[in-house]
Write a protein that binds this ligand. Structure first.
Ligand SMILES: Nc1ncnc2c1ncn2[C@@H]1O[C@H](COP(=O)(O)OP(=O)(O)OP(=O)(O)O)[C@@H](O)[C@H]1O
Ligand SMILES: [Mg+2]
Length: 132
C-alpha cells in the first residue's frame, strides 16, 4: 500500500455512520475510487463488528483502515472477536432473514478475506481503483 489511514471507533451502532463518513472523506480526497462500493463495504463490516463480536459490548471498539495501492483500495475492519465466525451464507438460504452483508461484499469486491488477530479478527475487502 502506498498509504494507509486508520481510525478507531466506539463499538456503537450509530458509529457505523461515522465510519462511513471517514471512508467517504478519504475517497473524496483521492478522487479515484469506487465510493458506493467502498461505503457499502465499510457499512456492512462495521455493522458486523458491532452486531456479531465483542466490539459491540460495553466499552468495545472497532477499527477501520483504508489503504491505497496502485491498483486497489483496501478496506479493513478490525473487531474484538468472540464466539462467532464470519461465514458466507449460501445464496439459496433465503429461509432466514439477514446473511446478505458478506454476500454483497463478495459480489462487489475484487477480493476479500478474514485474518485472525490476537484480540479478534480483521475482515478486509479490496476494490479495483477506477482510473488507476
Ligand atoms: N466480524 C465478524 N466476526 C464474527 N462473526 C461474524 C462477523 N461478521 C459476520 N459474522 C457471522 O457471519 C454471518 C454472516 O454475516 P453477514 O454480514 O453476511 O450476515 P448478517 O450480518 O447475519 O446479516 P445482514 O448483514 O444481512 O444484516 C453473521 O450472521 C455472523 O454469524
Ligand atoms: Mg452483516
Amino acid at each position: 500500500m502506498l498509504k494507509r489511514w486508520c481510525r478507531k471507533f466506539p463499538g456503537l451502532p450509530r458509529q457505523v455512520a461515522e465510519a462511513r463518513d471517514f471512508v467517504a472523506a478519504l475517497l473524496g480526497d483521492e478522487g479515484s475510487a469506487p465510493v458506493d462500493d467502498a461505503l457499502l463495504i465499510v457499512s456492512e463490516l462495521a455493522t458486523n463488528a458491532v452486531r456479531h463480536t465483542r466490539s459491540g459490548r460495553y466499552g468495545g471498539w472497532f477499527l477501520v483502515a483504508v489503504g491505497f495501492g496502485d491498483d486497489v483500495v483496501r478496506i479493513e475492519v478490525f473487531d474484538a472477536g468472540g464466539d462467532k465466525e464470519p461465514l458466507l451464507r449460501s445464496i439459496n438460504s433465503d429461509v432466514e432473514e439477514g446473511g446478505r452483508g458478506l454476500l454483497l461484499i463478495a459480489a462487489c469486491a475484487k477480493n476479500w478475506g478474514v485474518q485472525d488477530r490476537p484480540y479478534g479478527r480483521c475482515v478486509w475487502a479490496e476494490l479495483a481503483r477506477v482510473n488507476a
